[in-house]
Design a protein around this ligand. Structure first.
Ligand code: AMP
Ligand code: ZN
Length: 141
């Protein structure tokens, strides 16, 4: 019996999964499709996309989150071998404020090269021990 797909009509990644929009697929299995990003940060930038629609990591079932990370590791190793990159970023954005622009869960696989410049940068804060302790309590208590 064929499993029912969870998809959303106006979602660009659901359309890619359904084959309505073309993509450059580098890996596919029952759960995931992995495609090259059309606006790559570096050469080989790819996206792990679940075939079912989940908005973000909050919604993604735990098992699928684990499987996505396992796949990230597997592909990172293969892509490093094939592309001869020098390092790797695995990034995943949740919510507009966090930089998410496509609201169908995905994980970015970004090969890094010695000469590719600073593509991801944030300014490190200086909270101090007291503030860090307040935050720790907020999270854990
Ligand atoms: P995020 O900002 O984390 O939501 O990432 C969305 C990513 O999807 C961006 O890096 C886009 O370049 C990429 N993207 C958007 N449309 C397509 C498409 N049709 N094919 C491949 N990648 C896409
Ligand atoms: Zn979708």
């Amino acid at each position: 019996m064929k499993k029912e797909m969870i998809s959303q009509d106006n979602c660009i990644f659901c359309k890619i999964i359904a084959g309505k929009i073309p993509s450059h697929t580098i890996y596919e299995d029952e759960q995931f499709k992995v495609i090259l990003d059309v606006g790559p940060a570096t050469r080989g930038h790819a996206l792990i996309i679940p075939k079912n629609h989940f908005t973000n990591l909050y919604e993604l079932p735990e098992k699928m989150a684990a499987d996505a990370m396992k796949l990230a590791k597997k592909l990172m190793i293969k892509m490093t071998e094939k592309l001869h990159c020098d390092g790797f970023n695995v990034i995943q954005n949740n919510g507009e404020v966090a930089g998410q622009t496509v609201f169908h869960f995905h994980m970015h696989l970004i090969p890094r090269y010695k000469e590719d410049g600073e593509i991801l940068k944030y300014i490190a804060g200086e909270p101090g021990a007291e503030e860090l302790e307040r935050i720790r309590k907020t999270i854990t208590e």
